[in-house]
Design a protein around this ligand. Structure first.
Ligand SMILES: Cc1ncc(COP(=O)(O)O)c(C=O)c1O
Length: 406
């Protein structure tokens, strides 16, 4: 029996030491450590400003507020994402409108965005999601936004360090938002970041996450606008600074695992990830697509191999979205993806024997399906790949780690 977990989080002694130093300093909430992390993260993304937040969701809400989203304003986003992408639009007072995804990249399809824009005149912005670590079709989306005078807010929560033609995500649109949840490519426990080259956006976002406080020389209790408390803690920033230093090493390991899967899955009946020219994938998830997803997942689970389904229900099909008039339309590519995607372990600590076990289990699954097909053929029964593993040991199909990746 193997035991290959989908997620493996590791904090170095350096991170622990830096947390200790922060605890010693007495800054437990906001403080200089957060400023240092913001500076380092802005530098890493190639932008002039970064604002630390309590998580990726609050980063998105604050960025939308800073972009001036008005009540009821429509924002086009992807229905195939973690629900936070669309929830943030609603929390900021806007209306999410779902375009369909590109079936190859799982990201917002520019043609579908165009067809939404043909039908609606109330759209003020685009919120593309760089799903699984692969950037969306940013050059085309940015051209559309330019032409239509829309803002572009990148949901980069899953794509730290990904890039398009050499420019890192978070530096492509008007602003970008990141999550540092434990399953992400780098973590702070809970935490988020807004990146932007626009000083006004950075100032408004920083004020929003701090109850609208402005440094206006009038003392610290001047609240220019309504805001919230979505601040990052200094403890989170201490962990984040060390994780950011290690991000290139984490990314290289993820990309090496992904390359190995690409090379070793190509003979099997699975669709491996597509990476369009010019885009750098950082493999937050290595997601394959198969016809018999649930049966394959059961086979892997029986061999103690953790897998994930991101996401089994498109956002427009979620009960919380039933009341939205924009949620009812069909989004066939998102719906097909929800029924067929399966994410394999790709984390930086995955060992060669572990990834070999993953590929061996997938190969065995399809060998056995082929055997069943041959037997069925011999006896004149129709082949049903979906049932090929009905005999497999029933197993809890949830990954065994306590964190289920959003
Ligand atoms: C695509 C996407 N958007 C937004 C979020 C929200 O981030 P958080 O969980 O830090 O609030 C996440 C992850 O959790 C995500 O994967």
């Amino acid at each position: 029996m193997t035991d290959v977990s989908l997620v493996d989080i590791e904090l170095s002694q350096r991170a622990r030491d830096r947390v200790d130093a922060v605890l010693e300093s007495g800054y437990l909430a906001d403080g200089p450590e957060v400023r240092r992390f913001e500076e380092a993260f802005a530098d890493y993304c190639g932008v002039t400003h970064a604002v630390g937040t309590s998580n990726g969701t609050t980063a998105l809400v604050a960025a939308l507020e800073a972009l001036g989203l008005g009540d009821g304003d429509a924002v086009i986003t992807s229905p195939f994402s973690f629900v936070a992408s669309a929830n943030a639009i609603r929390h900021a007072g806007g209306t999410p409108v779902f375009a369909d995804i590109d079936p190859e990249t799982y990201a917002l399809d520019p043609e579908s965005v165009e067809s939404v824009l043909d039908r609606r005149s109330d759209v003020v912005g685009l919120l593309p999601v760089h799903l699984y670590g692969l950037p969306a079709a940013m050059p085309t989306l940015l051209d559309i936004a330019d032409r239509e005078n829309l803002f572009v807010l990148e949901d980069a929560c899953q794509s730290h360090g990904a890039s398009v033609n050499g420019t890192r995500v978070g530096a492509l649109g008007d602003a970008g938002c990141f999550s540092f949840y434990p399953t992400k490519n780098m973590t702070t426990g809970e935490g988020g970041m807004i990146t932007t080259d626009d000083e006004g956006i950075a100032e408004r976002a920083a004020a929003y996450i701090n109850h609208g406080r402005r440094a206006d020389g009038n003392g610290s209790y001047s609240h220019a606008e309504l805001g919230h408390n979505h601040r990052m803690t200094s403890v989170a920033a201490a962990i984040g600074r060390v994780q950011l230093e290690r991000l290139p090493e984490f990314t290289a390991a993820r990309r090496a695992n992904a390359q190995w899967y690409d090379d070793h899955l190509n003979e099997l009946p699975v669709e491996t990830p597509t990476v369009p020219r010019g885009r750098r994938h950082v493999y937050h998830q290595y997601t394959i697509r198969v016809d018999d997803r649930d049966a394959l997942r059961e086979t892997l689970s029986a061999r103690e191999i953790g897998t994930g389904i991101y996401y089994p229900t498109p956002i427009h099909r979620q009960p919380a979205y039933e009341s939205l008039s924009t949620a009812v339309a069909d989004r066939p590519h998102a719906e097909r993806a929800a029924a067929s995607v399966l994410s394999l372990p790709v984390h930086p600590n995955l060992t060669p024997p572990e990834r070999e076990a993953v590929v061996a289990a997938i190969a065995a699954h399809y060998d056995s399906a082929a055997d069943h097909g041959r037997e069925d053929h011999d006896t004149g029964h129709e082949q049903n790949p979906g049932n090929a593993h009905a005999h497999a040991h029933a197993h809890d199909s949830k990954p065994d780690h306590e964190y289920d990746s959003p």
